[in-house]
Design a protein around this ligand. Structure first.
Ligand SMILES: C=C(O[C@H]1C=CC=C(C(=O)O)[C@@H]1O)C(=O)O
Length: 409
């Protein structure tokens, strides 16, 4: 095995479009996709689907290892794709594919493009928008959270909303995935067929953990500002974000938490003293790249990832009270949203990202999610606008950004 741009090479490398086309079609209801850097990991077909509880990390890791061993082929490295929910009392979904291939991202994009070239979304009317938490409710919960900070009960909480979009016709999921790949050049694109006949897809900017033998890398994000088409405004926003005390604090809470968990298990944990700026197609974020060498290279990636999850970038600090207040304040179950998604092999290597900037697509309905980190200095209206901006990744991929804005007027 060799490494290219951080993604581990596995059996079945495909770098040529003709070779890719010989595989037939990409099937959203049975194929898994995980894109990292210039490579993507593609799972074809479902050999075995199973669920595991995530409340006990040792149990999760041992059962997962046993499942991988039971489905190992003679010659090939066996891989499981999976998604862990936000709630520790729900179960993770895993798929061991019939066949795994590593592709160049550009080849995968071309291959998908050839399958969607003659389809368009233009005639798929948005017929309904249903907020599981509307603006008034969201802003009210931010204000309530601020009282919790005043009382010293919390330092940070991540509050979210969900939006259900109804369409006239069934959604063409492959077209949406194709749009995600075209519109968002960076980030971790993913697609996973869930046990409820929906497809979870999106492009997450946030790497929770990558593990290759003894090396671990993480790229937590927290502290955000929407992008702007005007370069002057864009420059002002970047600088405002970088110098914002509120956002620096929001970010520091996440980094401190990750340091606490990773320091005891790593020999030389490297955490830059101050964050840098990272952008997606729609947002700027404060970002820190953390890396380290594991004291025990045999540590399974989910051993660490499930302990890190949910970080204060998705939940809050302290974790347990923040989690409880999320349940009370939000009033909707997050399920897979703000969980983690990725893959691992039988050596415990792999990559997991947080389930954000994504949607769950099923028939005529797309369920979208967006959250924002709330701290004492948060302004309810700005936090709402931040969640609206975060929705754009999926709204643009669904080609309904304009219709969505019209609907909300
Ligand atoms: C919860 C989301 O973003 C998280 C990840 C990056 C930055 C965030 C923030 O600045 O609030 C959030 O913590 C989301 O995109 O729905």
């Amino acid at each position: 095995m060799t490494t290219q741009k951080g993604l581990i090479m596995h059996a079945g490398e495909i770098s040529n479009l003709a070779q890719a086309q010989s595989l037939g079609e990409f099937h959203l209801d049975q194929d898994c996709l995980f894109v990292s850097g210039e490579s993507c990991l593609l799972g074809h077909g479902i050999k075995h689907r199973f669920n595991l509880p995530i409340a006990n990390t040792d149990y999760l890791v041992n059962e997962l290892k046993a499942q991988l061993q039971a489905h190992q082929d003679d010659s090939e490295n066996v891989i499981a794709f999976g998604v862990l929910p936000f709630c520790k009392y729900q179960t993770a979904q895993f798929i061991i594919p019939k066949q795994v291939a590593k592709w160049d991202k550009s080849v995968f994009s071309q291959w998908l493009n050839t399958q969607t070239a003659d389809t368009t979304h233009q005639d798929n009317q948005l017929t309904e928008i249903r907020y599981l938490q509307d603006r008034a409710h969201f802003e009210q919960t931010v204000s309530e959270a601020k009282h919790l900070f005043d009382k010293g009960l919390l330092e940070k909480i991540v509050l979210s909303k969900q939006v259900e979009l109804g369409f006239e016709h069934p959604i063409n999921g492959k077209h949406v995935l194709n749009q995600l790949l075209t519109q968002s050049q960076s980030g971790y694109h993913f697609a996973f067929p869930t046990e409820h006949d929906s497809v979870l897809m999106g492009v997450s900017p946030e790497l929770l953990l990558r593990k290759q033998d003894e090396t671990v890398t993480s790229n937590p994000l927290a502290g955000s500002i929407p992008r702007d088409p005007c370069s002057k405004v864009e420059a002002q926003r970047r600088s405002a974000l970088f110098n914002s005390k509120k956002d620096r604090y929001e970010h520091a809470v996440v980094i401190d938490d990750m340091r606490q968990l990773l320091e005891p298990v790593c020999d030389n944990l490297s955490i830059p003293a101050e964050p840098s700026l990272l952008h997606t197609a729609t947002m700027w974020h404060l970002s820190t790249v953390i890396s380290g060498h594991l004291k025990d290279p045999n540590t399974h990636i989910l051993d660490l990832a499930n302990q890190l999850h949910p970080t204060p970038a998705l939940c809050g600090k302290p974790t347990k009270p923040a989690y409880q207040h999320i349940l009370d304040l939000e009033g909707h179950g997050r399920d897979l949203f703000s969980g983690i998604i990725g893959w691992c092999d039988q050596h415990g290597n792999g990559e997991w990202v947080v389930v954000i900037r994504c949607g769950e697509l099923k028939a005529h309905v797309a369920k979208l999610f967006a959250g924002a980190g709330i701290v004492a200095a948060s302004d309810p209206s700005s936090e709402w606008l931040e969640t609206e901006a975060k929705l754009k990744t999926m709204l643009n991929a669904l080609s309904v950004q304009q219709a969505y804005t019209q609907f909300n007027k």
